[in-house]
Design a protein around this ligand. Structure first.
Ligand SMILES: C=C(O[C@@H]1C=C(C(=O)O)C=C[C@H]1O)C(=O)O
Length: 365
């Protein structure tokens, strides 16, 4: 493996082939591109087994690349890759990779419509203020499919998002391009965001007009984040909400900046924040149960969180959105959206279509 490390550093290796090879050979790794970074980071665990956890708090004091599910269970444990090789590879912005265009023109499936009714009824009965309904869709893999190509294509395209590709024997292959930080920082500078509300970009520009429904959806997330931070003894500095880029979409975003009393308790803080009402609902515990009981698919690692955790170095953890699971012969894409009592079936379906297109555009001809 040392040979690989040297070759990667020297650049004398076909990185794309090497990464696809890790998957074939069952080697746990993650490669990621942080928004605006001149490099991509590759973290490989060439020896020993990745670590599995069944409680987010167990991340306290730990270091490595995390992939955490929406709800931890035996099928979808929280996995920590402990890299023994970490390489920064210069990010070649001029590299030419073919882009695909893909448009989805569909109407709500019977499954989604039935689920939507159940969720809307619960909202109209005022059992919840907000619920996030998601769905998954399978697509056949075309011959010659290369996860590494999709990763680089997405990193080049989605410059404002966190793009990652990760494999472990316990999670399989996951790839995503997410605009939403759950916790990032180092030393005394930490931040999280409240991100919600969705509109398409207008001629590539950020929309400035946001209706009440979108504003309210985002305000629920912001006040939740504010409260959770407060219970942890954190008084953040807030800015926003303002419209932020997310691929061909925009979301409303509030930034929360703060220092931490103890960097060794990142797991406890993550446990407080996850799942935020950007992916779950309010009230939190009841919404969590409702989603687990009523959604017709297992979210698995979608709407969990991914990224590096390193209390003494730099932590960059993101909510796992605009993502897919790559399996033999098929891709499973995931997308959801926040529902309020006033939400409309067709609009919400279209929103999930647009979110799924983020990844599908990187894949399909
Ligand atoms: C749930 C997703 O996205 C989240 C939900 C949003 C919304 O409801 O408007 C916007 C951004 C994300 O916080 C997703 O991408 O699947």
């Amino acid at each position: 493996m040392n040979g690989i490390e040297r070759k990667l550093r020297e650049g004398s290796v076909d990185l794309l082939a090497e990464i696809n090879g890790f998957i074939r050979r069952g080697i746990s790794f993650a490669i990621f591109h942080l928004p605006g970074s001149p490099v991509v980071n590759l973290a490989i665990q060439s020896e020993g087994s990745v670590r599995l956890f069944y409680d987010i708090e167990e991340l306290n004091g730990k270091e490595g690349f995390v992939i955490a599910p929406f709800k931890i269970n035996r099928q979808c444990p929280l996995v920590l890759i402990k890299p023994d090789i970490e390489v920064e590879v210069e990010f070649d912005r001029d590299k030419h990779l073919d882009m695909h265009s893909s448009e989805l023109q569909t109407s709500p499936t019977a499954n989604y419509s039935a689920n939507f009714d159940v969720f809307i009824n619960a909202l109209q009965e005022k059992r919840f203020d907000k619920l996030v309904l998601s769905r998954s869709q399978d697509f056949d893999i075309e011959s010659g499919f290369s996860p590494a190509d999709v990763f680089f294509r997405a990193s080049l395209t989605y410059v404002h998002s966190y793009v990652y590709l990760c494999y472990t024997p316990y999670t399989g292959v996951w790839l995503g391009s997410t605009p939403e930080v759950i916790l990032s920082g180092e030393g005394d500078d930490w931040n999280t965001v409240a991100l919600a509300g969705t509109q398409s970009l207008q001629n590539g520009q950020l929309p400035q007009e946001w209706d009440d429904k979108n504003r309210k959806e985002q305000e629920y997330v912001a006040s939740y984040v504010r409260n959770q931070l407060e219970t942890f003894g954190i008084r953040p500095i807030e800015s926003g909400p303002y419209p932020a880029y997310a691929g061909a979409l925009s979301h409303l975003k509030t930034d929360f900046k703060f220092s931490l009393p103890d960097n060794k308790r990142l797991g406890t803080l993550l446990d407080l924040l996850h799942p935020t009402p950007a992916v779950c609902g309010l009230p939190k515990e009841a919404a969590y149960r409702f989603i687990l009981e009523n959604e017709r698919h297992d979210r698995c690692y979608y709407s969990g969180f991914v990224g590096m955790i390193a209390p003494d170095k730099k932590t960059d953890l993101y909510v796992n959105l605009r993502c897919m699971n790559i399996d033999t012969g098929k891709l499973t894409l995931y997308a959801g959206g926040g529902l309020l009592a006033t939400s409309d079936l067709e609009d919400e379906w279209q929103e999930t279509e647009k979110k799924m297109l983020t990844m599908l555009r990187m894949v399909k001809n």
